[in-house]
Design a protein around this ligand. Structure first.
Ligand code: CP
Ligand code: NVA
Length: 305
C-alpha cells in the first residue's frame, strides 16, 4: 500500500487491519508516539477544511511527526508551478503528501511522480479518509460491517463514491437514493461491484423511502459540494424530497445510526432535530477521522516500514 487515492488501493484484509489499528489507537492514543519521529508530512489544501486539516495536523503530531499545512495559494503552485514539479520537490523534503484538490486527475498526476506516499484528503470524486472513519464508526456501534444495510440519501458525490467502495470491501449492503441525474458515477460503481463479495448488495434508486427501508444506517451529505456553490439554489429545489428528517428515518430500523460527514447544512439535507438526536453519531464520526488517519499514517510511514 503506497498511495491512498481511492479505497480501491486497500484490500479487505488491509481495511480491517487498519480499522483494528484505529480502534486500538483510540483506546491508547499515545501508543505509537514517536513512530513518525523525524518525519514531516505536507498537507496541501486547495479547498476549505475543518475536520480533515485539523485531524491530520493533530494526528501527525501525536505520532511524533511534523505536519506542514500549505494552502495551495501560498505555494508556487498558485503561481503556475506544475503539480508534477511540486510533487518532485516536496518528495525531497517530506515523508508523505496529503492533498485536497478539485479534479481527481490532479491528485493522480501528483502521485504519478511523487517518491513518497500521496494521500487523498478529498477530491471532486473521492473522499477515502472519510469512508475509513465511517466504517470505524459503524463497526464500533454495530460490532460488524458484514450484512449491515447502509442507506445513503442525497447527492451521488465524492463521499457517496468512497462509501460505496468501502461498503463493497467491508461486505456491507448499500442502497443509494439520489435524484435522477445526480446518481453516483457509473465507472466508480462498476469498480466497487468488482470488489464486493457475492452476498453483499448494492441498490441504486431515486426513491428515498425505498432506500432507507429497514436500514441500519442513514447517511447524507450536502447537496452542493465545494466547487458547486453556484448550483446551490437549483439543487435545493431538486433535492428537497431527499431531506433526512423524522418522517424519512421512521422507515429505517428504530436503532438506525444517523451519519453525516459534516459540515452539514441544517434544514437542507438534514434537519437539526435529526442531527442532534440520540440516533446521530456525527461527532463520533468526526472524532474517528483522527484515529483512522493516524492508523493510515502509521501503516504507511510508521516504524514498521
Ligand atoms: N468531512 C470533512 O472532510 O470535513 P472538512 O471539509 O471540514 O475537512
Ligand atoms: N461532498 C462534500 C464533502 C465535504 C467534506 C464536498 O465535497 O464539499
Amino acid at each position: 500500500m503506497k498511495n491512498i487515492l481511492t479505497l480501491e488501493e486497500l484490500n479487505k484484509d488491509e481495511l480491517f487491519e487498519l480499522l483494528a489499528k484505529a480502534i486500538s489507537l483510540k483506546k491508547e492514543p499515545h501508543s505509537e508516539e514517536g513512530s513518525l519521529y523525524g518525519k514531516s508530512v505536507a498537507l496541501i489544501f486547495k479547498k476549505s477544511s475543518t475536520r480533515t486539516r485539523v485531524s491530520f495536523e493533530a494526528g501527525v503530531y501525536e505520532l511524533g511527526g511534523n505536519p506542514i499545512y500549505l494552502h495551495a495559494t501560498d505555494l508556487q503552485l498558485g503561481r503556475g508551478e506544475t503539480t508534477k514539479d511540486t510533487a518532485h520537490v516536496l518528495s525531497r523534503y517530506v515523508s508523505a503528501i496529503v492533498v485536497r484538490t478539485y479534479a481527481h486527475s490532479d491528485l493522480e498526476e501528483m502521485a504519478s511522480v511523487a517518491e513518497v506516499p500521496v494521500i487523498n484528503a478529498l477530491t471532486d470524486d473521492h473522499h477515502p479518509c472519510q469512508a475509513l472513519a465511517d466504517m470505524m464508526t459503524i463497526l464500533e456501534k454495530k460490532d460488524r460491517l458484514q450484512g449491515i444495510k447502509i442507506a445513503y440519501v442525497g447527492d451521488g458525490n465524492n463521499v457517496c463514491h468512497s462509501l460505496i467502495i468501502a461498503s463493497a470491501l467491508a461486505g456491507a449492503d448499500i442502497s443509494i437514493a439520489t435524484p435522477i441525474g445526480y446518481e453516483p458515477n457509473k465507472e466508480i460503481v462498476k469498480t466497487a461491484m468488482k470488489l464486493k463479495s457475492d452476498d453483499s448488495k448494492t441498490f441504486i434508486t431515486d426513491d428515498p423511502l425505498k432506500a432507507v427501508s429497514d436500514a441500519d444506517v442513514i447517511y447524507t451529505d450536502v447537496w452542493a459540494s465545494m466547487g458547486q456553490e453556484e448550483e446551490h439554489q437549483k439543487r435545493i429545489k431538486i433535492f428537497k424530497p431527499y431531506q433526512v428528517n423524522k418522517e424519512l428515518i421512521s422507515k429505517a430500523k428504530d436503532d438506525a445510526l444517523i451519519m453525516h460527514c459534516l459540515p452539514a447544512h441544517r434544514g437542507e439535507e438534514i434537519t437539526s432535530e435529526i442531527i442532534d438526536s440520540t440516533q446521530s453519531v456525527v461527532w463520533d464520526q468526526a472524532e474517528n477521522r483522527l484515529h483512522t488517519q493516524k492508523a493510515l499514517l502509521w501503516t504507511l510511514l510508521g516504524e514498521r516500514q
